[in-house]
Design a binder for this molecule. Structure first.
Ligand code: C5J
Length: 216
């Protein structure tokens, strides 16, 4: 069983029960000109994750291990978007990459560098957490997953919500600091600290090369 150095201590996983979760690496969050940048955010804080994540993804795929991608977004008629979310955002409005966070639009899809391969699982989620109103639990049950290697954006929003949901469901989550990003450096730091604090209250934190080494 591979073991790697992490905070707050060593993280061990079984190759038969581990999955890589890639959260919301969508054009509208990551690309210059997209929704995220239109809100005044510095998208370079997110796009720096693309390179290490694509290296990890390549190593992961070589070993034939399961990958689950997620995308945050809504049906074109917005029937799955709670009024409270709709009233505080621009969801469904016309943006530079199509209607913002609407399934099927260019901006809603995953950046080219991390595009899912045929046969890889893509979970469309209406919420911040990947378990809410999705079949992620059933998918992971079917895969026999117990350990989740968590990557994606944004650290303090969809990554954190998903890790908290996963922790409550009994998954052992390892969050990769170089493969998760926040528009706000202070939230990135605090978000990662919160995961590993108090003996790993939500999980473990490490860097992606440690996982790649552990896969050798
Ligand atoms: C946000 C996300 N930040 N994927 N979504 O609204 O974290």
């Amino acid at each position: 069983m591979p073991t790697l150095e992490a905070k707050p201590g060593p993280y061990t996983f079984n190759s038969d029960s581990v999955a890589l979760l890639v959260i919301d690496m969508q054009r509208d969050f990551l690309l210059p000109g997209g929704f995220g940048e239109s809100l005044g955010n510095d998208v370079s804080q997110l796009s720096r994750t693309i390179e290490p994540l694509s290296v990890l993804l390549a190593a992961w795929r070589t070993r034939g291990l399961p990958v689950v991608h997620t995308r945050e977004g809504h049906l074109p008629d917005l029937s799955d978007c709670p009024p409270a979310k709709l009233s505080r955002g621009q969801i469904g409005q016309e943006g530079a990459f199509g209607r913002i966070l609407i399934r099927g639009e260019y901006g809603h899809d995953i950046v080219d560098e991390l595009a899912p391969l045929d046969g890889e699982i893509v979970v469309d989620k209406p919420g911040k957490g990947a378990f809410y109103a999705t079949d992620l639990s059933e998918i992971l049950d079917k895969l026999g997953t117990r350990s989740l290697i968590v990557t994606g954006v944004t650290t303090e929003v969809c990554v954190h919500t998903t890790v908290r949901e996963a922790n409550d469901r009994g998954y052992e989550c390892l969050v990769l600091a170089d493969c998760v990003g926040s528009y706000f450096p202070e939230f990135q730091r605090a978000g990662l600290d919160m995961i590993a604090a108090q003996g790993g209250i939500f999980g473990w934190v490490a860097e992606s090369p440690t996982v790649i080494d552990a896969l050798q």
